[in-house]
Design a protein around this ligand. Sequence first.
Ligand code: TXA
Ligand code: MG
Length: 323
Amino acid sequence: MVHLTRLLAADSPGAIDMAADALRRGELVGLPTETVYGLAADATSSQAVAKIYAAKGRPQFNPLIILVQSLDEANMHGVIPPALDRLAERFWPGPLTLVVPARKESPVAELARAGLETIALRVPAHPVAQAVIKATGRPLAAPSANRSGHVTTTEARHVADDLGPAISLVLDAGRSERGLESTIVGAFDGRLVQLRAGAIARGELELAAGVAVLSARQGSGPMAPGMLAKHYAPSARLRLEAQKPIEGEAYLGFGPLPQIAPGCGPVLNLSAAGDMMEAAANLFSHLRQLDEQKVAAIAIAPIPHHGIGEAINDRLARAALGR
Ligand code: TXA
Ligand code: MG
């Protein structure tokens, strides 16, 4: 089957609604922003978010940037401390991403955060990005629209060339104005840290914030292990590559379930059909559900290591290392 990715001029009639409809159906859309093109999906759907990871071909679930309409909307998803609020007031909409503690009540899928307790939020300035977020009515997960390890894309046809088979629609708004990704800033122990250099220089951030902004390489404090990468770790012990649970263990299956002996804990299946995308979409919520049953251990079925399975296994291996 020949797959054609549709390049659609963003200012052609109906283009915005077509993109919004595709996003609401759970599809991926190439989205122009003022920094670089984004690979957008409905951030509230873990199935749609799983498609991003599969399309990018990353061996890990890197947390994704969530695009929202406004500072008010950002406040619904994350707890923005005052120093970062000053940056948001100054630079949003624009090429600034804030990493802040995620709110429990945010509908953004945990998979989009890769299980972190923090969430990366940005209000893009590009009118097309703004219009699509508004028309979709949902926050959009949007990493840069390139396969893992490939260069970031700043033109619609490059997006189609790089990700062709994975996306049905790319909105073409010409070349990205900035051509450089957003600057990412977080607050850790009350200090501002630039996690990624980008379109806004650190000096500009410092002027607006009125305090120093450390670069991630500076000093050991803010980069202390566990601070930036506080992954979700279940309190139950994890036993990986388990064909079946033993007494007292909960079981997280994949594909057809084995015979479960009496005395075992609750059982959930990542995907009865053995579908890896479905498994990725269910991973965090199922782990959490089993962990909430207060079992001592969760046995987990072997998951194939190819495709998005690599990222699933990477995540499971980290979770198994524990708290
Ligand atoms: O300019 C941009 O920000 C573009 C446009 C499309 O918005 N997006 C972009 O996304 O550059 P991406 O996926 O290429 O880079 C996102 C970066 C990754 O380095 C990721 O690790 C970091 O954001 N990130 C996301 N959530 C994070 C979190 N909770 N904590 C720390 N870093 C986070
Ligand atoms: Mg990137």
